[in-house]
Design a protein around this ligand. Structure first.
Ligand code: AKB
Length: 283
């Protein structure tokens, strides 16, 4: 039996934090929670216990608040929820999920917990399996796909980038405006059309570091890339799909991305030139 003061299956759950979320939901009349907080793959391999606590404890707290307040909840999963035994080309929506990273374990477990809360407690939980996300606003934070953001910064600042993944490491990616669009479109979708909930495969493009460098050179011809492989992040990337199928998301809620590698590259370079020149000018 859980000891007094425990919060069910996650005795480490910080009840104070849960109460703070609950107060915010009630005070602001929140009807939908977008629960985006998580420790990403590379940091999660360095600190697996912290990653479990943050990723699963935070999710459990959020689901409990949603259950008590009848909120809908968006919880992102990831291509990291798949593992080396998953079909790696055009990975299907429903397939083997045996991730070999703590991040992947928390994402796969999170998908199951969200489906449980929908089935058992009628909480409106929905999620997508995001690929690597690329933004000119938020700096990357501890992921395996972070190179796809860093490469743009380095291309503008130094004309050169040292990549920690091998040149032919193919991964699915998405520009941040499409990632936001996917979350909002899914949460506004007709629930009667949803066959799946947690979580939908979504993607916009897939590329290798070499292909990203070629796309940048079409705008910055002098750009150079070299490789200094990080074995930990290479092992993580090698356990993930080359490409995933987002057919279910397209069929059930009309998913369709706006950006591909070329249009994302053009906008990233234009936006970062502006951002970095402002920072340089002390703005
Ligand atoms: C990571 O690299 O860990 C994340 C992800 C693919 O979920 N960006």
């Amino acid at each position: 039996m859980p000891q007094k003061g425990n919060s069910g299956p996650f005795e480490f759950v910080d009840v104070t934090a849960q109460r703070q979320i609950d107060v915010a939901v009630r005070r602001h009349g929140i009807d939908t929670i977008y629960h985006l907080a998580a420790i990403l793959s590379a940091v999660a391999e360095e600190k697996p216990h912290v990653a479990w606590n943050v990723n699963m404890g935070g999710l459990y707290r959020t689901l409990e608040v949603a259950r008590a307040n009848r909120c809908a909840v968006f919880v992102p999963s990831s291509i990291g929820a798949f593992g080396p035994s998953t079909p790696r080309e055009e990975t299907p929506q429903d397939t083997v999920q045996r991730p070999t990273t703590m991040y992947g374990v928390t994402k796969a477990a999170g998908e199951l917990l969200c489906d449980y809360y929908h089935t058992r407690f009628e909480v409106d939980t929905r999620g997508v399996r995001y690929p690597g996300l690329i933004s000119h606003v938020a700096l990357p934070g501890g992921g395996t796909t972070d190179y796809a953001v860093e490469i743009f910064y380095e291309a503008i600042k130094h004309g050169h980038f040292t990549c920690y993944l091998k040149p032919d490491t193919r991964l699915d990616m998405m520009y941040m405006p499409d990632a936001v669009k996917a979350a909002l479109d899914l949460m506004e979708a007709d629930p009667d059309r949803l066959v799946h909930r947690n979580a939908f495969n979504v993607t916009a493009m897939n590329f290798t570091p070499e292909e990203a460098a070629e796309a940048i050179r079409r705008h910055l011809p002098e750009f150079r890339i070299e490789y200094k492989v990080d074995p930990v992040r290479q092992r993580i990337a090698d356990s993930w799909p080359y490409s995933i199928s987002d057919a279910a998301a397209r069929e059930e809620w009309g998913w369709s991305p706006d950006y591909d590698l070329e249009s994302m590259t053009e906008e990233m370079l234009r936006s970062l030139r502006r951002k970095l020149s402002v920072e340089e000018a002390g703005g």
